[in-house]
Design a protein around this ligand. Structure first.
Ligand code: NDP
Length: 401
């Protein structure tokens, strides 16, 4: 039976998730889209193939979110606002007894930390209330967690190493722009790099290195091209090394163009990426938030972006006593994404898994009380839906070596 969702946030990712949910009325019977700026919700609703209700909410305030939940009575709240709103929205879900989903882990505004501890601390309370929270239902985190779980289920007895590789071979034609929320993106890429090293899970540890200090060339499959990829920290490694304790090395790599890195370095050198407040003309401002205000909104980049993304997981380990290596990846075309939902591929590759994660919870395939990461559930129905709803994936499973 069709269910009701409340989607919070009306940016680039939300546009895709909302329009994709609207295309599946048999699952998402009713949709309410709420955000800080209601006009942005209305603009998204106007593109949908059926009526979508809109509302205004400040999701930093759990009481406002709870009031909205009581008024709308959704079966699931999809948090597609910013990581800062994760905890207030989870609090509101707890208060009202409604399931929760997001696409990025909680971050306090004053420190860019990227860890699940704050949200995992809700496990007992969600379980006691009988409600489910699905964390990180985007592409990375999200599909990459599911790719790893799928390989663990079907291709390996033990996975020993994972390399998550996120290549954006797209070009938006601007000198400098980020392809998702600039504030969150720059916090992420300027953070210290951490990767997992160790023997068998809990004996391992995250090793810290300077941002962007390790890089290499990577040839994407299917003619996407060869790109320079940089090792950095990414949140899905934290849950993956816990849920697959045989992993003894986990690394995350992302491609950046020389122009992006040069601009970022200059912005950093002049202090524009600082996240601590400064006083300007008697007003407190955060330099990075000011920078976000002058950069292009990622949701406006769709019409000019050309090229493809290629995001996947390379795993090494053993099967039937022999060593092997496999790669599961997905290639997404910026222009095709724009044609379908008016957004570039970064928003598309995040918004589609958000819709599919919500579908998994609403259909009961991935619903159990507690707080969960994507790899805690059976990967198969999610992988099937990626193929059905716009993100077909491929596997390279070469013979043992
Ligand atoms: P945008 O900045 O485009 O959109 C964020 C939206 O949230 C805006 O509509 C904004 O409102 C709204 N918002 C912000 N603060 C509040 C608040 N206090 N109350 C209500 N609404 C609020 O971001 P993106 O769409 O690029 O990213 C959305 C999320 O997806 C982020 O958490 C990001 O980290 C995550 N993400 C995850 C990825 C993955 O693969 N897992 C990849 C890319 C992004 P307003 O318009 O008024 O500013």
């Amino acid at each position: 039976m069709a269910k009701k969702v409340l989607i919070i946030g009306a940016g680039g990712v939300s546009q895709v998730a909302t329009l994709k949910c609207a295309m599946l009325p048999e699952v998402f019977g009713e949709i309410t889209l709420a955000s800080r700026t209601e006009s942005k919700c209305k603009a998204i609703a106007a593109r949908a193939n059926r009526p979508i209700k809109t509302a205004q909410v400040d999701a930093d305030d759990a009481r406002q979110v709870a009031e909205l939940i009581r008024a709308e009575k959704p079966d699931l709240v999809m948090n597609i606002a910013l990581p800062y709103q994760d905890l207030p929205i989870m609090d509101a879900c707890l208060e009202t007894g409604v399931d929760y989903l997001d696409t990025a882990n909680y971050e306090p505004r004053e420190t860019a930390k990227f860890e699940y501890s704050w949200q995992w601390a809700y496990r007992e309370r969600f379980a006691a209330k009988g409600i489910c929270a699905l964390l990180g239902s985007g592409f990375d985190p999200g599909a990459t967690n599911v790719f790893t779980a799928w390989m663990a289920k079907h291709l390996f007895d033990e996975i020993e190493t994972i390399d998550i590789v996120d290549v954006n071979g797209g070009n938006h034609g601007k000198a400098f722009a980020t392809n998702f929320n600039p504030e969150i993106n720059i916090r992420e890429v300027s953070a210290k790099c951490r990767h997992w090293e160790g023997l068998y899970g809990k004996d391992g540890k995250f090793v810290e290195t300077d941002p962007m200090s390790m890089h290499k060339s990577f040839e994407c499959p299917d003619g996407v091209g060869t790109y320079e990829i940089y090792r950095m920290y990414h949140e899905e490694m934290e849950s993956l090394v816990q849920n697959f304790p045989t992993i003894r090395r986990a690394q995350f790599w992302m491609s950046f163009s020389p122009s992006y890195l040069n601009h970022l370095q200059v912005l950093k050198d002049v202090g524009m990426t600082r996240i601590d407040p400064i006083v300007y003309n008697g007003v407190e401002i955060v330099p990075l938030q000011f920078l976000k205000a002058v950069l292009p909104e990622p949701s406006t980049l769709g019409s000019t972006t050309k090229g493809k993304t290629c995001i996947g997981v390379i795993a090494e380990g053993t099967k039937d006593g022999k060593r092997k290596r496999a790669y599961v990846y997905q290639v997404c075309d910026h222009e095709e994404s724009f044609r379908e939902v008016g957004s570039q591929a970064i928003s598309y590759t995040t918004g589609v898994p958000a819709m599919i994660g919500a579908k998994m919870v609403l259909e009961g395939k991935w619903r159990k009380p507690g707080v969960w990461n994507m790899e805690n559930f059976d990967p198969d129905p999610f992988m099937d839906d990626l193929n059905k709803y716009g993100l077909p994936w491929k596997v390279q499973d070469p013979t043992e070596y």
